[in-house]
Design a protein around this ligand. Structure first.
Ligand SMILES: [Zn+2]
Length: 125
């Protein structure tokens, strides 16, 4: 499965900690940084990985890399609006960026409505 990791909000000097880590280095598609414009015309930078597991497992790998390197101010979240996309975000900046995070699973949303609809589903499990 091809997974995009949105690094737009992650500082340049920390990117190599992710891309050179033993956990995910082997999955990185070399030199494949995608610069793109999102719907608000903001440049996004993402690294692309070819991972042979679920997106949840990949999220777990990224989380352990951050923990191992004591990078506590960043969180890993799945972008529900883009397919197979994980974003690394500064936890304090989420509100300012207009990003909302599910209280249960950490999934990421761009509006209160979406978050509400998604969170409701958790009550049924
Ligand atoms: Zn959730």
């Amino acid at each position: 499965m091809r997974i995009h990791v949105d690094l737009s909000f992650f500082p340049d000097y920390l990117i190599s900690i992710i891309t050179d880590s033993i956990e995910v280095k082997q999955f990185l598609i070399k030199d494949n940084y995608v610069t793109d414009k999102d719907k608000d015309n903001i440049n996004t930078i993402s690294a692309v990985f070819e991972f042979h597991g679920s997106i949840k497992e990949f999220e777990g790998q990224l989380t352990s890399i951050l923990l191992k390197n004591s990078i506590k101010e960043y969180v890993i979240a799945q972008d529900m609006e883009k397919e197979n996309t994980i974003a690394i975000l500064k936890s304090g900046d989420l509100r300012q960026l207009g990003i909302l995070v599910c209280d249960f699973c950490g999934a990421l949303f761009h509006s209160e409505d979406e978050k509400y609809i998604h969170q409701r589903a958790h009550y049924f499990y």
